[in-house]
Every structure is written in structure tokens, then in C-alpha cells.
Design a protein around this ligand. Structure first.
Ligand SMILES: Nc1ncnc2c1ncn2[C@@H]1O[C@H](COP(=O)(O)OP(=O)(O)OP(=O)(O)O)[C@@H](O)[C@H]1O
Length: 956
């Protein structure tokens, strides 16, 4: 090192303290970078790389940025996932002999930025600290910009770690190297860069000092260790007090619904799967908050749905009141609209970079609090009243700011002009002196013009010469010799001074200097004083945020016709007219088809949904999950009526292309997720599996799908929605008594398929894959060939079936069939009988070429014709069964076949409607007329209708 110049030596010493950061080394008006830092920064920031002599033979690479625009460069490096250490001159170079002392004053890291656009207005910027061992894990998450600090711990679980990190989406992780490696290896390469720093040092004392001994003592040892580790990192990088961290919020993970990162992504809770944008997510739909802290709180709520019914109901109660009281809602919104980001303002106060404008923003926000509180207190909501009672409106702080700071202060706090008149006696005196001085100068100007007769004589000021009298060259002749002392000659004017003028100047400038000093110290005093009250302001910010979230829930609920869900202690989930909130919102009004859901202990808690691609299966399954989540975050739900149990966890396994980006095979990922699911799901969980087993060969896929479904049914016993392309799995309904087949109705007309988006009971019998391929625009030759192949496969399958050891349809045996083949038929029949009611009708068949989808409601039969029409038949339970009831609709003949069986112990109302357009189909009607429906069991009816289907195929 000896060979380097003293400056480079100093640089290298400082750089040794910040190996993992770009070192911005202050030299005069620039921050310079040297060596590799310079090369890398020049590349990342696209600035010119130069070189300088550093005492050695080789020149040293160097680049630099002006100090006044450094902020922007620092921000760019942070956004790219780097750290920046800022090294300042600690002494005044004009009065220092030799090298000025330089020190790192702060290391800016992605998790500790305090300003700039890296901090999204409405989102948090967390840094997370992980500590632990094979038995326990602890996690502390901190947002320095808002002053939030959370800590929790759990028995060691890799899955939990992934889930929890997924919620905070930290920009920076510190802590145990091994844990960080684990997180890094599992994290998706997409998204913003994350900085990992293995950190072993710990600062227990600091935490105890900051939060007090009693808070410290209440923390479990593993949480203490985690917070102490985080604080050590923060204090070493920030090198200042962290006054904005006023409380440690501890939480138990099992107090919230668990949503793994995959599920959160699939359900598009906070961002969409494809664009990873907030727009199009559930949060985007719900977020009608007026304040940034409200928006952040809403995100936290969406991330962590509650499990305690009481707490959820408290939230729902507030939303209910605001839902029903438009004026109150609007009043609150009007107040909230003018409240600034209190959390970030407070963060800036603590950090020491708040200016006069920030304090005024704080004051004008505080101005809104009394009436916000009043509206809440006067509302009929107990939850809002409670918030009002607990609210400290911080009027004293508001008044202090109001008395001190002028209405429109400048950005800088060091140039004066920000303290109000009457706030400080000495400042007022100085101001008066300065004003008087200036007035004296104005009078002098008038007097001298008069005395000299030079009308253009003026008194000016500049920083170098101070005040001067200026006379243009053309008037010099009129100036009496020796009247003033010459100071400066310009091209067309002379500048003069007088002893009197200089005397006044000294007075004025002294007063101004003093004023600026006094103003700054008064400002700093006020900022420090506010700093002492940060905890109060943070509490208030939280209350404001909460009110904001309630009004936002109420606004969206009212606008989109949501209803208040009823939370039950039981397990049944019953939703009438449920909708997918986001899909519905982006469609034109009324285009979304609502669907019922009944997942009950008495009937079926597993719905096996078949139906072609594009039919709406995924949308339906997601909608059920979203309704549960909405209910548990305390929002109304998109339904006509909803009774929901508390879910402890939602698993989704939805075949997604983006796993491929992660480098893992979809099938392996699916199996790994299913493994986690089998381990963690409880009867209180909801499992959603889309296209189970599709990543492997058909027979293996089907085998795995069946055994997984059986496991969920028999061992886990939770609610599940499973969609599959394997229609063959429909037979499971016969062996699993809590499983029911459903399908998404489609309507075929000619060679077209119309998606009705209606969930109907019973399995679909075709997946229309080739049809979808055609919709997607595949060449005709491929489509024709596929049709030909399909035909061949089907024929081959039916031949193999003859004489096979399986059933006549060559499907794998059900579990019960394997155990006891004889039992399956009667069981299936009784299951069918008990599950079909008037409210929950059975659609027997849906697959002839002119087929029409039918659902039955309490008031009659809804059927959808090939023309897309819906007709209602009032169809009371005593109505006579009708067979081949013909009517005429234009050129079409409509034949409706209804099979009723009111006399039987279980009411069964299968219904079949057939649209008849051509001659062969008329043959079918003739056939149908021969059926004696009066004496049929449901199973017989099903068989008959299957025969009808065959007949129809033969005829067409
Ligand atoms: N209930 C509904 N009402 C109106 N439109 C719907 C409804 N459900 C789904 N859709 C529309 O249908 C499209 C396809 O839905 P979805 O992706 O759920 O089908 P899918 O059966 O899961 O298909 P795939 O098997 O190909 O994933 C959606 O993009 C949506 O626009």
C-alpha cells in the first residue's frame, strides 16, 4: 500500500470496511469510485470511466458522479440489487492540514432505502433477517421507511420459510448463511433482485435499549436472537439511531391462514401470474384506499387472512356499516383523501431528512383527524367507535408545527425562510434588523438619485462584493468627484461603495447568517421534539390505515354487489351465486355466469369437475378459494349468499407454465406440492387441484390422480375441488361417498361448442380438446388428422375393453371395486339417491349432437338451447312427469323429457331436454316416447338416457 498516494491509501482503508458495496468516496464536489468499483459502476451507470495516477506505475481506473445528483445514481444501483457505501469528508478541507478525515456515514442497501422511487408509494420495502437451527427458525421483517418491525418463530420447516418469505417479498435478506442459501436456491429468478448478506454479529444491547427491558424479556430467546442480529446489521449500515422502530410486533404464524407462494401466485392475490403486475390481481380490485398506509395495510391483510372468527366479524361489522351508509363512507373518504403517508413522514423525521414541507404535510394530515374521529365515533359501528375512542389526534404536535413553520417553506432546511414570524423573539429581532437595513438601502438609493440627479443609479448586491452603487458609464460625468469609493469596473458601468453602505451591509448579512442558523436550529429542535412522539404518530397512522381499509372494502363491496359472508364454526361451505371477483370485474356487466357451490359434510366435500378446456373450471375453482380468502380478511364476498367455514390453509396445484422457467419439471413440482399437501392439510383446509396428473403418461397420471383423490377423501378429509381431463375418473363418485361429479356445461350445435360456464352436476363425457385446438387456429390438416386418430383410439379402446379384467368401459377399478366388487352398484345408487335433491338437481346427460344443458332450480327447470336461450319451466314437485312434451319454436321442435320421482324416498329430478332440428333426431323423440318414466329409479333413468345418447349417435 505504501506505494500509493496518501489519498488512495485512505480510499483503500475505507473500502476494506465496505467490500460488498460500491464505495462513493467524497472528493470535493464529487463522489469518486476507484479500481473495480469504478469499472463496474461505469458499466452499470453508463458513465465515463477514466483513470488517475495513484502513485504506482499503472493508472487507477476511476469514475465519479457529482454529489448533488448522487441520489439518482445511488438509486439506480440499489434497484439493480447493489449496496452503496457513502463516504464523506468529516472535516472542513479549508481549515484542515493534510488529508481530510473520511468515513462511511451510511451504507444504502435495497432493504434500507429511505427515499426515492425504489420505495413504491403503496407498498412496503422489507428486509428480513433469518436465524435458526435444525429445531427452530426465527424471522424478523423490518421496513425502515415505515417503522414496521415484525418477528416470529416456528419449529424448523423449510416450507414455512418459503411461505413467509413469499409474503414479505423482501428486497434484502440477512442472517444465517445456510438459511439464506436455502432461500436463494428456492427463489424464483424472476422479479426484482434480492440482496443476501450472511451476518453473524448481534447487538443485543441495542435492542434492549431501544425497546426497553420488559419488551426484551417477553420475547422468546430465538426471537431475541433474530432481532439482535437484525439490529446489528442495521446499526452497522445505517450508523444512526433507528428512532422509527418503536415497537416489535410479534405474531404466531398459525393465527393466520397459510397460503404458500404458489397458491398466492395462482390465485393472483397481489399480482398477476403472467405480467406480475398489481393490475388484474385481487388486491388491485379491492384497493380503493385513499392513503398509502391504508394501501399497505390492505396488502398485509390480503397476505394474512385471519383465523379467529371474532376478529373477522369485527372487521365485517365495520364494513357492513360503511356498506350500508353511503354518506358516512363518502365523508370518511373525503377526510382520508387529504391525509399524507404518515408512516413515511414519521420515518423521515426519525431518519433526520424530513424538511419543512414534510412537517406541513404532517400538520395538514393531522388537521383531518378530528373530523375523521368524529365520523367514526358517531357511526353505528362498534368497531369504528372503538377506533375513535382509542384515537389520539396528536393535536399538540399539529399545533406546534402550525406555530413554527410557514405555509410554504422551501425544500432546503438550511437556507432559512421556514420559521413563522412570532415564533421566536430573537429571530424576529434579527428579521426586523434585516428588513430595516434593506429599507435603509432603498432609501439611500432614492436619496442618492436625488442628490446626483442620476435617475438610473441603483444599489445592487452580489456575493463577492456585497452591496454596491452602480452608475452607467454614460452618467459618470454627472457624478461629483470623490462622492463614492470605486470598487469594480464593468464594461458599461462603474460600481462604488461608501463606508455607511458597508456598515449597513455588515449588519444585514450578520442578521441573515444568524437568522439562517436560528431557523435551522429551531427546525431541528421541532423535528427532534416530533421524533420523541413517533410512537404516537405511528399508532395514529395505523388507525387511519384501518379505517381506510374498511371504507375501501365497503366501496368495492357495494359497487360490485358483494354480500356479507356468514362464518360458521362447522365445515360446510355453501355459496349461492358465487362469482370470481376479478374475472367478473373485467368483463362487461352481466357477462359473468354465477355458480353455486355446496361442499358439505353431509353430502360431498370433494367436487370432481370435468369439462373441456376453456369451459371455466379454473375460474370456478379459484372463485371458491377467493371467496374464502375475502371472507377471512373481513371483506364482503361476490355471491348472492355465502356461508363459509374458517379455512386454515388453501393449497392450490394449478398446472402452470412458469415452473419451467424455474428449471423444474412441471410434474415433479406437482408431485412435490402434493407431497407437502398430504403432510400439512387438515380437515379445515381447502385443496384445489387443476388437471391433476397431467404431466405424465395418461395411465400413470390417471392412477396417481385417483389415488391422490382417495387419499384426500379418506385420510385428510378436507374440502377439495379437483378438475381433471380424465373423464374416466368420474366413476370415483360411486366409491367415494363424499365426492360428487360436476362438469362445466357446454352446448354443442353442429360442429360448434358453446361454453355455458355453468357448473352442473354429473361428469362431462368429452373434453373437446380437438375443438379447442381448432379454436386456437391449428391448421385444418392437423385437426382432421387428430379427429381421425381419436376415432381410432376410441375404437381400439372399446375393443380392448371386451373381455378385459376391468369394467366394460375399461376404466381402472375403484378402490372399493378392488376390495369388493359386489358392493359398488348398490352404494352408487344410494349415493345418487341421497345426493340429488330439488335444490341440488342432477343432470343426467348432456351429450348428443343436439344436446341442451339443463339445470333445475327450486322454481323450475332452466334449460339452454342450442340458440343460447334460457327458458324457465315452472315445475312444482307435484307436476306430472312429462315425456316427449313437444312444442314448436319456429322451425325447431323442442322436446323436453323430464323424469320425476316424487314418490321415492329421495326426491330425484333428473331432467333431459333435447333440441330437435333434423329428421334423424325426430326418430329419437319417437324412441323417447316409449320410455316409461313413472317406474324408474334414478340409476335406471341414467341408464336409459345413456341408451338414448347411443341411439342419438346412431341416428345422426
Ligand atoms: N363463470 C364465468 N362466466 C363467464 N365467463 C367465464 C366464466 N368462467 C370462465 N369464464 C371465461 O372463460 C375463460 C376460460 O376459463 P378457465 O380458464 O377457467 O377455463 P378452464 O376450464 O379452466 O380451461 P383450461 O382447462 O383450458 O384451463 C376465462 O378466461 C373467462 O374469461
Amino acid at each position: 500500500m505504501a506505494q500509493y498516494t496518501p489519498m488512495i491509501q485512505q480510499y483503500l482503508q475505507v473500502k476494506a470496511e465496505a467490500q460488498d458495496a460500491f464505495l462513493f468516496f467524497r472528493l470535493g464536489d464529487f463522489y469518486e469510485m476507484f479500481f473495480d468499483d469504478a469499472i463496474n459502476a461505469a458499466r452499470e451507470l453508463e458513465i465515463t470511466l477514466t483513470a488517475r495516477n495513484g502513485g504506482t506505475d499503472d493508472k487507477i481506473p476511476m469514475c465519479g458522479v457529482p454529489y448533488h445528483s448522487a441520489e439518482n445514481y445511488i438509486q439506480r444501483l440499489i434497484e439493480k440489487g447493489y449496496k452503496v457505501a457513502i463516504c464523506e469528508q468529516m472535516e472542513d478541507p479549508t481549515v484542515t492540514k493534510g488529508m481530510v478525515r473520511r468515513e462511511i456515514v451510511r451504507v444504502v442497501t435495497p432493504g434500507t432505502v429511505m427515499e426515492g422511487k425504489t420505495l413504491g408509494d403503496k407498498s412496503n420495502n422489507y428486509m428480513v433477517c433469518l436465524t435458526g437451527n435444525q429445531n427452530t427458525l426465527a424471522l424478523a421483517a423490518c421496513d425502515l421507511s415505515t417503522g414496521e418491525l415484525y418477528v416470529t418463530s416456528v419449529p424448523y420447516s423449510k416450507e414455512w420459510l418459503k411461505d413467509e418469505i413469499g409474503i414479505y417479498e423482501p428486497s434484502e435478506l440477512v442472517g444465517d448463511g445456510a438459511l439464506l442459501e436455502l432461500v436463494e436456491s428456492e427463489s424464483s429468478p424472476i422479479g426484482r433482485p434480492v440482496v443476501y448478506t450472511a451476518w453473524t454479529k448481534s447487538k443485543e444491547d441495542l435492542v434492549r435499549q431501544q425497546f426497553g427491558e420488559s419488551v426484551w424479556a417477553r420475547l422468546e430467546p430465538e426471537r431475541q436472537a433474530c432481532v439482535a442480529r437484525l439490529f446489528s446489521y442495521l446499526s452497522e449500515t445505517q450508523k444512526r439511531s433507528l428512532g422509527q422502530l418503536t415497537q416489535i410486533t410479534t405474531y404466531e404464524p398459525d393465527h393466520y391462514m397459510i397460503l404458500d407462494p404458489f397458491t398466492r401466485r395462482n390465485l393472483e392475490l397481489v399480482e398477476t401470474v403472467r405480467e406480475r403486475s398489481k393490475k388484474g390481481s385481487l388486491l388491485w380490485l379491492l384497493d380503493r384506499t385513499e392513503t398509502s398506509m391504508g394501501a399497505r395495510m390492505m396488502r398485509r391483510w390480503v397476505d394474512k387472512p385471519l383465523l379467529q372468527k371474532g376478529k373477522i366479524n369485527e372487521r365485517l361489522e365495520a364494513v357492513d356499516t360503511l356498506y350500508n351508509q353511503f354518506i358516512l363512507r363518502e365523508d370518511l373518504r373525503a377526510e382520508l383523501k387529504d391525509i399524507y403517508d404518515l408512516e413515511r413522514l414519521v420515518g423521515r423525521i426519525a431518519f433526520g431528512n424530513a424538511n419543512g414541507r414534510d412537517l406541513n404535510a404532517l400538520k395538514s394530515s393531522l388537521d383531518k383527524i378530528p373530523s375523521l374521529r368524529h365520523h367514526c365515533a358517531a357511526s353505528s359501528s362498534a368497531t369504528l367507535q372503538h377506533i375513535a375512542e382509542m384515537m389520539d389526534d396528536c393535536a399538540d404536535l399539529r399545533d406546534e408545527i402550525g406555530q413554527a413553520i410557514v405555509d410554504e417553506p422551501p425544500v432546503s432546511v438550511k437556507d432559512g425562510g421556514l420559521i413563522r414570524e412570532g415564533y421566536h423573539a430573537r429571530l424576529d429581532e434579527l428579521r426586523e434588523a434585516s428588513v430595516n437595513g434593506k429599507q435603509w438601502i432603498a432609501e439611500l438609493e432614492a436619496r442618492e438619485r436625488e442628490a446626483t440627479g442620476i435617475r438610473s443609479l441603483k444599489i445592487g448586491y452580489n456575493k463577492v462584493f456585497g452591496y454596491y452603487i452602480e452608475i452607467t458609464k454614460s452618467n459618470l460625468a454627472s457624478l461629483p468627484e470623490g462622492r463614492y469609493e470605486r470598487k469594480q469596473t464593468l464594461a458599461n458601468a462603474e460600481r462604488y461603495i461608501t463606508p455607511e453602505l458597508k456598515e449597513k451591509e455588515t449588519l444585514i448579512l450578520e442578521a441573515q447568517d444568524k437568522m439562517v442558523d436560528i431557523e435551522y436550529s429551531l427546525f431541528a429542535e421541532l423535528r427532534d421534539r416530533l421524533n420523541q412522539e413517533i410512537a404516537r404518530l405511528q399508532k395514529l397512522a395505523e388507525q387511519v390505515a384501518e379505517i381506510d381499509v374498511y371504507q375501501s372494502f365497503a366501496v368495492i363491496s357495494a359497487e360490485r354487489n358483494f354480500v356479507r359472508p356468514v362464518l360458521t364454526d362447522g365445515y360446510n361451505l355453501v355459496v349461492e351465486q358465487g362469482r370470481h371477483p376479478v374475472v367478473e370485474a373485467v368483463m362487461r356487466d352481466g357477462a359473468f355466469i354465477a355458480n353455486h357451490t355446496a361442499m358439505t359434510e353431509e353430502e360431498a366435500r370433494i367436487l370432481l369437475i370435468t369439462g373441456p378446456n376453456m369451459a371455466g373450471k379454473s375460474t370456478y375453482m379459484r372463485q371458491v378459494a377467493l371467496i374464502s380468502i375475502l371472507a377471512q380478511i373481513g371483506c364482503f364476498v361476490p355471491a348472492g349468499q355465502a356461508e363459509v367455514p374458517i379455512m386454515d390453509r388453501i393449497f392450490t396445484r394449478i398446472g402452470a407454465a412458469d415452473d419451467l422457467i424455474g428449471g423444474q419439471s412441471t410434474f415433479m413440482v406437482e408431485m412435490a406440492d402434493i407431497q407437502v399437501m398430504t403432510e400439512k392439510a387438515t380437515p379445515r383446509s381447502l385443496i384445489i387441484i387443476d388437471e391433476l396428473g397431467r404431466g405424465t403418461s395418461t395411465s400413470e397420471g390417471m392412477a396417481i390422480a385417483q389415488s391422490v383423490i382417495e387419499y384426500v377423501h379418506d385420510v385428510i378429509g378436507c374440502k377439495a375441488l379437483v378438475s381433471t381431463h380424465f373423464h374416466e375418473l368420474a366413476h370415483l363418485e360411486e366409491s367415494l361417498d363424499k365426492l360428487a361429479n360436476y362438469s362445466m356445461a357446454v352446448q354443442e350445435s353442429g360442429d360448434k361448442v358453446n361454453f355455458l360456464r355453468k357448473l352442473i352436476a354429473g361428469a362431462a363425457s368429452s373434453s373437446y380438446g380437438i375443438y379447442c385446438a381448432r379454436l386456437a387456429g391449428l391448421p385444418d390438416s392437423i385437426i382432421e388428422r387428430a379427429n381421425g386418430l381419436l376415432h381410432g383410439f376410441e375404437q381400439a379402446a372399446s375393443q380392448v375393453a371386451v373381455g378385459s379384467e376391468f369394467t366394460s368401459e375399461n376404466k381402472p377399478p375403484t378402490r372399493q371395486q378392488s376390495e369388493d366388487q359386489h358392493q359398488s352398484e348398490p352404494q352408487a345408487a344410494s349415493r345418487l339417491e341421497s345426493s340429488v335433491t330439488r335444490e341440488n338437481p342432477l343432470i343426467l346427460e348432456r351429450n348428443t349432437s343436439e344436446f341442451v344443458a339443463v339445470t333445475e332450480t327450486a322454481t323450475g327447470v332452466e334449460h339452454v338451447s342450442s340458440q343460447g336461450k334460457t327458458t324457465e319451466f315452472v315445475n312444482g314437485s307435484s307436476a306430472k312427469p312429462s315425456t316427449g312434451n313437444r312444442s314448436s319454436q319456429g322451425q325447431q321442435e323442442v322436446v323436453q323429457l323430464s323424469i320425476f320421482d316424487d314418490e321415492k324416498p329421495a326426491t330425484v329430478q333428473p331432467t333431459k331436454t333435447v333440441m330437435v332440428e333434423d329428421k334423424p333426431a325426430r326418430e329419437l323423440i319417437r324412441h323417447m316416447r316409449d320410455i316409461d318414466v313413472m317406474n324408474m329409479t334414478p340409476l335406471q333413468a341414467m341408464q336409459i338416457l345413456n341408451e338414448l345418447k347411443l341411439k342419438a349417435q346412431q341416428l345422426s
